[in-house]
Design a protein around this ligand. Structure first.
Ligand code: UN1
Length: 501
């Protein structure tokens, strides 16, 4: 495996950042590339006091932004979408450098941003409220959706730009301001997004303070979460992070929207189109080096086809090229850091202790960065390690004989993000999607668990946190609803027939 030299990576980062218009001083936070494990550059971090200043400035901007008509707010997002289109390759380059995604996936992530901008622009002429029939004559009963306030966005390293855009494009058309705390692992992608949005705001004569980026670690996140001017905290990351954030926000009666861990499974039934299934499985399990919250982590296969499926997945894995995400042909880039590699090794050894057999993979490739071959592990049962999310490419294989048991096994994990079934049997497919089928926020048929489109609502149940972001009516989380009763008669009838005087 040959890797690019680290100074060429740092140069590429400088060029792409300059193309996006980033001007940001050096400081004590080191931005690394997982490609070689070396530093790209350093950036200045914010203090807790600066977080409060940013929230206050965003709140002041919100007070005027909320009165700008929604279609005019949409113009800013339209401009952001066109800048993202123009700088798609620059931003994807920084995503590859900083998160280690292969080029096609990095470009796909930026495309997801462009798509959500389009969606949000359309939404800016909708944001529909309902009208209900009033029980009283001469009365009108209706609801209006109003801007909510400052939205605090906390995002993770693995989708360093798309998750921000889901939140920000929607929040901006909804009339909110955004204060964004990206993962401290990916500050450069965040600086590039912030620079492009600032340009869009300036080009549209919109208040620049409707967006603030705050860079730093836990203290910066805590200052954001605890600030009473932050009406909604939208947080994507680990269950541990969500457990820390949710009670703090609830304590002050703020709202939170959580998108936490997944432990996504696919059920493969005897009627499945195995060639299609294996392609779906391999993309979902090994793509992004298993570092999507939607990555496929469990395969629940009918015992009659289990050996066949395992053989096919193992031979597909053998073809996967692991290496520099910039190299064409490479489909599996690096893990984000050493801690991710250690966590993977720990889970593999726990799986062996539990009686699992590593069919293939799990080995480190090369000496720089942390590259691994995706692991395929047959398990005798869904033990503790299988029920936990390890953010690395490990696919556990379990078998079933009875379809009801497959669904029970599928749902018997603490997380509930994404799921899929590979079957050509309509009854099985519909059972999987029914009320007593998959308990996840995303349930698919004949595609893998990852790679959702932006048009649907994205999120999951149980420890995944219950939040929904991106498409459909997720925008409602970013607004407040007012119910309005208007009396246009000269009488004052009371509801429920109450007489008073
Ligand atoms: C995430 O991993 O946090 O469905 C988001 C997918 C992507 C988004 C993943 N569209 O895999």
């Amino acid at each position: 495996m040959t890797l690019p030299d680290s100074s060429s990576l740092a140069d590429r980062a400088e060029n792409a950042l300059a193309a996006c218009g980033v001007e940001w001083p050096a400081g004590d936070l080191s931005a690394h590339s997982p490609i070689t494990g070396t530093q790209l550059r350093t950036v200045r971090q914010h203090s807790g006091r600066e977080v409060d200043d940013a929230v206050e400035a965003a709140h002041r901007a919100f007070l005027t932004w909320r009165t700008v008509p929604a279609p005019a707010r949409g113009a800013v997002v339209r401009r952001l979408g066109s800048l993202l289109t123009e700088h798609k390759a620059d931003l994807a380059e920084i995503v590859t450098l900083e998160a280690g995604k292969v080029t096609s996936e990095a470009l796909g992530e930026v495309q997801e941003m462009i798509d959500i901008c389009e969606f949000a622009v359309g939404l800016s002429r909708q944001l529909y409220g309902r009208t209900m029939p009033s029980e009283r004559p001469g009365h009108r009963l209706t609801e209006t959706w109003h801007p909510l306030g400052v939205v605090g966005v906390i995002s993770a390293f693995n989708f360093p730009v798309a998750v921000w855009s889901w939140n920000t494009a929607i929040a901006l058309v909804c009339g909110d301001a955004v204060v964004w705390k990206p993962s401290e692992t990916t500050p450069l992608t965040a600086l590039a997004c912030d620079a492009l949005l600032r340009r869009a705001l300036a080009d549209c004569d919109a208040p620049i303070d409707v967006h603030h980026l705050i860079i730093g670690g836990r203290d910066v996140g805590e200052a954001l979460v605890d600030n009473p001017l932050v009406a909604l905290v939208s947080a994507t990351g680990s269950v541990r992070m969500g457990r820390a954030v949710a009670p703090r926000v609830a304590e002050r009666f703020g709202r939170s929207l959580l998108e936490l861990g997944g432990n996504n499974a696919a059920v493969v039934t005897p009627s499945a189109d195995l060639e299609l299934a294996v392609r779906g499985i391999v993309f979902s399990a090994a793509g992004t080096a298993g570092q999507r919250c939607t990555s496929l982590r469990r395969l629940i296969v009918h015992e009659s086809i289990a050996d066949n499926v395992v053989d096919r997945v193992a031979s597909a894995y053998a073809q996967l090229q692991v290496g520099s995400p910039f190299d064409s042909g490479v489909l599996v880039g690096p893990l984000i850091n050493e801690a991710a590699f250690e966590a993977m090794q720990k889970s593999l050894s726990a799986a062996r202790t539990d009686g699992g057999t590593v069919v293939c993979g799990g080995d480190r490739v090369g000496e720089s960065g942390f590259y691994v071959t995706p692991a395929l592990v047959r398990m005798p049962a869904q033990t503790e390690v299988v029920r936990a999310e390890t953010f690395a490419p490990i696919l556990y294989v379990l078998t079933y004989t009875d379809f009801d048991d497959a669904i029970a096994l599928h749902n018997d994990v603490p997380q509930g993000l994404s799921s899929s079934i590979f079957t050509l049997d309509q009854r099985e497919a519909e059972r999987f999607l029914a009320a007593d089928g998959s308990d996840c926020g995303i349930a698919n048929v004949n595609i893998g668990t990852s790679g959702a489109e932006i048009g649907g609502a994205f999120g999951g149940e149980k420890e995944t946190g219950g939040g929904r972001e991106s498409g459909s009516d997720s925008w409602k989380a970013y607004m407040r609803r007012a119910t309005n009763t208007v009396n246009y008669s000269d009488q004052l009838p009371l509801a429920q027939g109450v007489e008073f005087g």
